[in-house]
Design a protein. Structure first.
Length: 94
């Protein structure tokens, strides 16, 4: 596992951890239109809690499993997380 900055030709950018050449662990993915996902990855797919930033800079917190968003969450939903330190990283990161 290591730290990776990857930029694709179409200007998608990933900055974060990887394992076996796949996004894995904490990372930030930026689409070429400015949207961002900041959160956790497993074997190349969004997995766990993350922050989604839209074009207008508004933010949503969500929960993903194997790259599919399961639900949008409120801050109240995440107050009782076991790993509050990890989620604080997501909230602070832009």
């Amino acid at each position: 596992m290591g730290w990776w900055k990857k930029i694709w030709r179409n200007l998608f950018v990933y900055l974060g951890y990887y394992k076996f050449d796949k996004k894995h662990g904490f990372g930030k993915y930026t689409w070429n239109d400015g949207r961002k996902y900041i959160g956790f990855w497993e074997t190349g797919k969004q997995n766990g809690y993350g922050k989604y930033i839209l074009h207008d800079k508004s933010m949503k917190i969500g929960f993903w499993v194997e790259g599919k968003r399961i639900k949008w969450c409120s801050l109240d939903d995440v107050k009782n997380l076991k790993s509050k330190d990890e989620f604080q990283i997501i909230l602070k990161e832009n």
